[in-house]
Design a protein around this ligand. Sequence first.
Ligand SMILES: [Fe+2]
Ligand SMILES: [Fe+2]
Length: 265
Amino acid sequence: MKIVHFSDPHGGGGAEDFLAYFDKRWVGVFNYTFRRRFKHDLARLGRAVDYILDTKPDVAVCTGDLTSTGQPGEFQRVLEYLKVLRDSKIPLIYLPGNHDCYVRRPKCVSAMRDAVAYLNQGAFVFDDLPVVRRYGDAQFLLVNTSRPSNLLCSWGFLSRGDTEFLERECAKPKLGPRILVAHYPLIEHHPILRTRHRLFGGKEALSLLRSGAIDLSLCGHVHRPYLEIDSTGRGEECAGSVTRNGTIREILWDGAEFHYRTIDL
Ligand SMILES: [Fe+2]
Ligand SMILES: [Fe+2]
């Protein structure tokens, strides 16, 4: 089976209402205006979509951060690029990143929820998470690790309930490769250095990955792509930012091992 994984397009824009200057959005808007917009090129997302439509994988996976500050207009801008993929026959998984869950402002939260329902082609809504989905031979465990955090940090959290869900699913007989999909990486080599950006509560999930109960973790959040895998391709795959690096990852499962191809767009 074939999976195509992309992440972190980070479409952005200016403040969409004056309250944006009074919550965390001003940090994201500032960041986007003076930094991100020079680094992230949405045209690369369009090329990623074209590639996926040509390749016709069993499933396409997007691990979040569609936006920079989670405002409705930003979602709209990025969804225009993804619409043709969403409306195709190719199954699509999307889980929100921390930038998609930036603030608690109701219109931002509902834009994120709408994006989850829309991009997952009606298969589930945000409140259904965590969920299990089957595509091809593989079982996908989908968990949300993103929620609003304070002004200076981009923390992710794996809740007790989500951890219990993973443990429960992993205790069942394995019928194919088990793939965890979340925005945040489980493997962090320098958790102290990454304190401002890291995942909390992921220890048990990491043990499940290390023990082989979970075969593969697909994540984004880190904008430089990486592979932390063993000789059978099991481990963690981070797609990096599609609009920053212009790369996406093709993952092939041959019935015993995972094989990876980095696609340069
Ligand atoms: Fe990101
Ligand atoms: Fe992120």
